[in-house]
Ligand binder design. Structure first.
Ligand SMILES: [Fe+2]
Length: 183
């Protein structure tokens, strides 16, 4: 699952990424993540755009503070943070800075960007229909075709983009930024 490990603030790999998939309820001991994903899907499938495509995400999008306003987004953020913590040995606490959802339809895309100054960033695929756009980590020359229930965790400085969707299949994501707390 993990490519590279980190030690304090040093990464042993140039592009440390982790990819986990939560579809296997036997492996994870319960269907809690699957149930959570269904609730998030119901919330997002009929989302009205709240950001007017002014951000890097040229798709329907929520506000950035969903972990503060939705128990389910908060739960997912905590899950992502749990795995992010296992990727770093920093003595500092980690906390969620931002959490948002996005729903891509045909022709939607995301501009190449990174999430500096944050520490870890992540994206969870509530739905990744066949033929939907991948996530492309441009500097790492790495393209990942997502699957339902995939969680990808990456250092916030890695640039990435989502090419224009050619498919009308659903691509529903929740993403977040994690930082270290120094006081
Ligand atoms: Fe991003």
């Amino acid at each position: 699952m993990t490519i590279g490990e980190s030690n304090n603030y040093e990464y042993s790999s140039k592009f440390p990424l982790a990819r986990l998939n939560f579809s296997d309820k036997e492996k994870f001991g319960s269907s809690a993540v699957i149930d959570l994903t269904e609730r998030l899907y119901k919330y997002l499938k009929s989302l009205k755009d709240e950001m007017n495509r002014i951000t890097n995400v040229k798709a329907r999008m929520t506000k950035y503070d969903m972990h503060k306003t939705s128990e389910d987004f908060k739960l997912l953020s905590e899950m992502a943070m749990h795995y992010a913590r296992s990727l770093t040995k920093t003595k500092y606490d980690l906390y969620t800075v931002d959490c948002w959802g996005a729903v891509y339809g045909k022709g939607d895309w995301t501009v190449e960007h990174n999430h500096v100054p944050h520490f870890w960033s992540w994206v969870y695929y509530v739905r990744a229909s066949e033929g939907c756009s991948p996530i492309v980590f441009t500097e790492a020359n790495l393209t990942i075709q997502p699957k339902d229930y995939d969680l990808i965790i990456f250092p916030s400085w890695i640039r990435h983009e989502v090419p224009k969707s050619e498919s009308s299949g659903k691509r529903i994501v929740i993403a977040g930024n994690i930082n270290t707390r120094h006081s």
